[in-house]
Design a protein around this ligand. Structure first.
Ligand code: ADQ
Length: 458
């Protein structure tokens, strides 16, 4: 069996301390079976970076770290990755901050990583690159002479052609993507967007098997919806919830990195509308919003934080009483087992992104429920998860009245309907957990390129 090499911006920690993260759980098995290697950036930037991958051996797989200087790291990560690509790929063209240093750093990082990676790759290694920070890497690796199969998985959504063209380097990005052998997306919607982008930018032709043909090279595209360790998360929720008290009032919950793509102001507007139009629910429910800090150094993230704090103050000031806080807001990360118990004790989850690759919170919430008395998931039509999780209450985050109605419907949903919806959601989830996701992608990467990928044609 050929060795698997994973390359992502962040690698798991050398001591295994961060192994509970979704991606590590997903790939650990595959990596340890084959004796794999995971390459990512070193946790701290270095003024005098090494020009080689720094290798660390773990008992299950090896970790290779590349170092970057602080300025290059900032321009690459906070700059191009998170101030150009993240907003553009999430359709927030108003938030793009185009700077010449950013794109220079972005190209430079992939060039440099390719030079270092080329030295540690064997002829038979299968390479799987993750996410928007390293899109040019396959192009650079192939320029360096590598002939290995290289796959790419995009964790975030791919926008439509018009939005994509707002990125000054859109043609380069399309070309970089065309260097991969297999490209995986979270949702069919994204596959459709890439087909369109390839057609218009590179004269790509869609073949009968769902592959794209560009200049005689065949690229396999497919939809590989990411998931979670469903059984593990369900067991953790059941166990932890036995140790904590259920909330005094029926609780609604929201859990998101504090990011403008997650639709937090829109969610709170819906909740505010619900409180306004349902006085009977005053003092009867509360919303717990957990939103840990994220990318604090980017201006747009400072703004969304200030906006959220202002809305929280307004809702609590407007509706709260001496004994009742309608909205609890926690701006911190919590241990995963605590989070799991909080999900389990919540009557309703609000997952309302404006655009999201998948959204794992939706899956975690369903996995955490007590199947005898499950809560209700409200899920944005713009989350990749909505393509699979059809039994959730699908909502439009831009419609506060609709959201308020769905909150009420969720709170009043009869037990039988809740059970039916949850059973269907849980079954699909359990059949498609995160190991299946990684196995399916890796299998695709190892098959002859002409083999159709799952959901190749949207
Ligand atoms: P994210 O944008 O980070 O991921 P999401 O899929 O929701 O979004 O995952 C967030 C994770 O962080 C969840 O596992 C959640 O439990 C955890 N988390 C959130 N708040 C937390 C808190 N306060 N304490 C502890 N943990 C917390 C990107 C894409 C998504 C895609 C994933 C995976 O944007 O669309 O689903 O990658 O591919």
């Amino acid at each position: 069996m050929s060795r698997l090499v994973i390359i992502s911006n962040r690698a798991p920690s050398v001591d295994g301390a961060s192994d509970s993260g979704g991606l590590v759980v997903a790939l650990k098995d595959a990596l340890s079976k084959r004796g794999g290697l995971w390459i990512g950036s070193a946790p701290a930037a270095s003024e005098d970076p090494s020009q080689s991958i720094i290798m660390h051996e773990r008992s299950d797989f090896d970790i290779g770290l590349f170092e970057l200087e602080p300025q290059l790291q900032r321009d690459f990560y906070l700059g191009y990755s998170n101030s150009v690509l993240w907003p553009a790929f999430h359709g927030r063209l108003d938030l793009i901050d185009v700077q010449p240093d950013y794109i220079r750093a972005y190209r430079e990082v992939s060039k440099r990583v390719a030079r270092m990676v080329a030295k540690v790759i064997g002829d038979d290694d299968v390479i799987w690159i993750h996410d928007y920070q390293l899109i040019p890497l396959a192009h650079e690796l192939k320029k360096a002479g590598l002939t290995n199969r290289i796959g790419f998985f995009l964790h975030i959504p791919l926008p439509d052609l018009q939005t994509f063209r707002a990125i000054p380097e859109w043609k380069d990005i399309a070309g970089w993507l065309a260097s991969y052998d297999v490209i995986g997306f979270q949702a069919k919607r994204d596959v459709a967007h890439l087909i369109d982008i390839f057609r218009h930018t590179l004269n790509g032709e869609l073949r009968f098997n769902g592959n794209m043909s560009i200049d005689g090279k065949e690229i396999s595209l497919g939809c590989f919806p990411i998931s979670i360790d469903v059984q593990g998360f369900a067991a953790m929720a059941a166990e932890t919830s036995r140790k904590v008290e259920p909330p005094a009032l029926p609780r609604l919950i929201g859990v998101d990195r504090l990011d403008y793509s997650k639709g937090l102001p829109q969610r709170l507007a819906g909740y505010e509308h619900f409180l306004e139009s349902n006085p009977g629910y005053h003092c009867k429910v509360s919303l717990l919003q957990i939103a840990p800090p994220s990318r604090d150094d980017v201006e747009a993230y400072k703004e969304i934080r200030a906006e959220l704090e202002a809305i929280t103050g307004r809702i609590n000031g407007r509706f709260g009483t001496v004994d009742w806080v309608p909205l609890h807001y926690i701006h911190r990360s919590l241990p995963r087992n605590e989070l799991a118990a909080l999900y389990r004790y919540s009557r309703l989850a609000l997952v309302t992104p404006l655009f999201d690759g998948m959204n794992l919170v939706a899956k975690e919430y369903v996995a955490a429920q007590d199947s005898a008395d499950p809560g209700v998931l409200l899920l944005s039509q713009f989350a990749g998860a909505a393509e699979e999780m059809k039994e959730a209450l699908i909502i439009n985050p831009h419609d506060p009245q609709g959201l308020a109605k769905a909150i009420r419907r969720g709170l009043e949903m009869p037990l039988e309907e809740r059970r039916e919806r949850h059973e269907a959601l849980y079954k699909r989830l359990a059949d498609n957990d995160v190991s299946k996701w990684s196995e399916t992608f890796i299998k695709q990467l190892e098959l002859p390129v002409s083999t159709p990928a799952p959901e190749a044609m949207p």
